[in-house]
Design a protein around this ligand. Structure first.
Ligand code: SAM
Length: 233
């Protein structure tokens, strides 16, 4: 992790420390990736850098919607991974990739923005994967589901987006239930919750300082990072 610390800055970070989450996903996976890996919602490409250097992937396709491919290409050049990481500007809802193209799909701190509908994984993500391939996904979430009205602090912080945050059990049910013949879903909670948030706060990014203000008033007790491994049968 030491070699990545120079990237933990507001210039590259777009949320809680995505490299630590990526590393935890890889440890949970327990074996290296291989072949072609899609980094879906890669932001400024930090997880793509990690995947290129430390996951075993041969080629990483770094796809994002808000960040331009040209800006990511410039970073991948500066970081010396231009030959291994291909930047793509595209919406996850309208994938430019062929069916069965990827050995693995990877996504950190992005999936909760666009994939909360039942059947989304099966319609949009699973077709891109080879049989036997896996998706490794990390999202900010909740230790347990909010029953009824959310705490006022939660809506003051996240507005309508408080509905993006869910528990491990909720994500497992969303992706697996009714589709048990095609996928298995394993979930974990991150063991590095506080550190992952703290390194984001320490970046000094204006959004990080706002997150810190709300989390430190008690929301941090409810929040968690949900890690998932979804295997295509
Ligand atoms: C909070 S940022 C995190 C970026 C990066 N994964 C990281 O952790 O630094 C969320 C990312 O999700 C991406 N995203 C949101 N909706 C998307 C969509 N429909 N298709 C592709 N990417 C999307 C955004 O472009 C943004 O870069």
């Amino acid at each position: 992790m030491k070699k990545y610390e120079k990237y933990f800055t507001k210039e590259y970070m777009m949320g809680p420390n995505c490299i630590r989450l990526a590393d935890e996903l890889m440890k949970m996976n327990g074996k290296p990736l291989r072949g072609r890996v899609l980094d879906l919602g890669c932001g400024c490409g930090l997880t793509s850098l990690y995947l290129a250097q430390d996951s075993g992937a041969e080629t990483v396709f770094a796809q994002d919607l808000w960040v331009k491919a040209g800006d990511n290409l410039r970073r991948f050049r500066d970081w010396g991974v231009e030959d291994k990481v291909i930047p793509i500007h595209a919406d996850a809802n309208d994938s430019p990739f062929a069916d069965g193209f990827f050995d693995a799909v990877f996504s950190v701190d992005a999936y909760h923005y666009f994939a909360r509908e039942k059947g989304y994984f099966q319609e949009k993500i699973m077709p891109l994967m080879k049989k036997g391939g896996c998706a490794l996904i990390a999202v900010p979430g909740l230790k347990k589901e909010i029953e009824g009205e959310p705490p006022a602090l939660m809506t003051q912080w996240a507005g309508d987006e408080w509905t993006y945050f869910h528990s491990c059990a909720w994500w497992k049910q969303l992706i697996e239930q009714g589709y048990e013949d095609t996928v298995t879903v394993e979930t974990w909670e991150s063991e590095q919750n506080d550190l992952i948030w703290q390194e984001w706060f320490d970046s000094g990014h204006e959004y990080a300082l706002n997150d810190q203000k709300y989390l430190k008033q008690g929301l941090d007790e409810m929040m968690s990072f949900v890690l998932m491994k979804i295997t295509k049968k």
